[in-house]
Design a protein around this ligand. Structure first.
Ligand SMILES: Nc1ncnc2c1ncn2[C@@H]1O[C@H](COP(=O)(O)OP(=O)(O)OP(=O)(O)O)[C@@H](O)[C@H]1O
Ligand SMILES: [Mg+2]
Length: 380
């Protein structure tokens, strides 16, 4: 059913007086040339009449008398809007009551017309039909926008998932290919060292090779861990501990981690999301904050798991036009929305920065997969 401003208007008139109705029709007929509206009207007197009329066919606009013996304009307005949120409704009244006019407009009426000034009716009807069309378009656009935002959110989540899967696959290859080779190399080197036992000339080379090998092992370990959040193996709390400790060692910033629980029941992809958020927030501290202290806190409640990363650094103006040139903060907010949670960044120049991220825990994984890595990483 199309809703362009019609040249023939199906008008529903809620009116108890036959005489007033005839007058109304006469006026609309007279003004037809002026407004270009051909009106096909029907009269009802109460709610049942209105509902029957809406059920029977298309109604483009409603004109309702305010004072009806079994009904009133506000109820008529409600009935009309319950059938069509955007339908124009004009209220007629025999007496001027400013309060009533204001209340009617507040309740959603398009216009309020005194019966003594019925010449206003046709132009008011035409204007309100156009206004209704504008409302309909706006609503359609808002719906289209919401749908497109929902699609974008889905896409973002999908990309996040794919990214995590890719990273895990790369981490696995590093582990399986490079890791096992390094382990083998280590054994061979130890054997070689034994075979060359006592040859002074070889000793420095053997030592150097062992050092290089240890470096390669720890580099592979680091890369693997950065690619694959240890969340899934070790649990979120241990993973965040590891992350914060690494941050402290790398940057020299005093970084602390606290959690209200040792173990947190959490869907794996949500745990990974929280881990990635902490990673991004700490990366921001290292890149932008010039902080001396940063605290990472995890708080798990029954319906919400929250992460807070607070630093005492330079801060920034979150309302500034170019406040978010990066994708880090945007990703944060999208991530939170995607999981039905919320995220917030509080900061001001000179006042440090606090990142908050909170999502429902989702359905925890049935059982954590047995750890299958690290048999080579901590040998050394
Ligand atoms: N902890 C912080 N201290 C001071 N400024 C910050 C902090 N976190 C973010 N900012 C400011 O907010 C901006 C946006 O951060 P965001 O993480 O979105 O982008 P980015 O870090 O610049 O780039 P990306 O994360 O995409 O690599 C930063 O460029 C920086 O100016
Ligand atoms: Mg960033």
């Amino acid at each position: 059913m199309s809703h362009e401003t019609p040249s023939t208007v199906n008008l529903l008139v809620v009116e108890d007086s036959e005489l007033d109705y005839e007058l109304l029709l006469a006026i609309l007929g007279r003004d037809q040339a002026l407004t270009g509206l051909r009106v096909r009207a029907q009269r009802v007197e109460d709610e049942a009449g209105m509902r029957a009329a809406f059920a029977a066919g298309r109604i483009d606009a409603v004109v309702t008398d305010h004072n009806l013996p079994r009904f009133d304009s506000f109820s008529a307005l409600k009935v009309a809007k319950s059938h069509d949120e955007d339908i124009p409704v004009l209220v007629l009244s025999g007496e001027m009551a400013e309060d009533l006019a204001v209340a009617a407009l507040h309740a959603g009426a398009d216009d309020f017309i005194l019966k003594a000034r019925m010449f206003r009716l046709a132009p008011a009807l035409r204007r309100s039909l156009q206004a209704a069309e504008v409302r309909r378009n706006a609503r359609r656009q808002a719906q289209a926008l919401a749908a497109s935002e929902a699609r974008l959110r889905e896409l973002t989540q999908h990309l996040e998932r794919v990214k995590e899967e890719e990273r895990r696959a790369v981490a696995r290859e590093i582990h399986d290919d490079i890791g096992t080779t390094l382990t083998a190399l280590k054994f061979e080197l130890a054997r070689l060292a034994r075979a060359l036992d006592g040859r002074a000339a070889a000793a420095p080379h053997i030592n150097a090779m062992q050092d290089l090998l240890a470096q390669a092992v720890s580099a592979a370990d680091r890369i693997q861990h950065n690619l694959r959040p240890p969340v899934l193996d070790a649990g979120l709390v241990a993973a965040l501990e590891w992350l914060v400790q690494g941050f402290r060692n790398r940057t020299g910033v005093t970084a602390t981690f606290e959690s209200n629980r040792e173990e947190i029941e959490l869907a794996p992809e949500r745990a990974a999301a929280i881990y990635r958020v902490a990673q991004e927030a700490l990366a921001n501290v290292a890149k932008h904050a010039h902080a001396t202290r940063v605290s990472v806190q995890l708080f798990a409640a029954a319906d919400e798991v929250s992460l807070e990363v607070a630093d005492d650094g330079v801060g920034f103006d979150t309302h500034g036009a170019e406040a978010t040139p990066g994708f880090g903060m945007r990703g944060l907010i999208e991530r939170a929305r995607g999981f039905g949670g919320w995220a917030e960044v509080n900061s001001a120049p000179g006042r440090g920065t606090t990142v908050m991220f909170s999502i429902p825990p989702g359905t925890p994984a049935a059982a954590a997969p047995a750890p299958r890595e690290r048999e080579w990483t901590d040998a050394g």
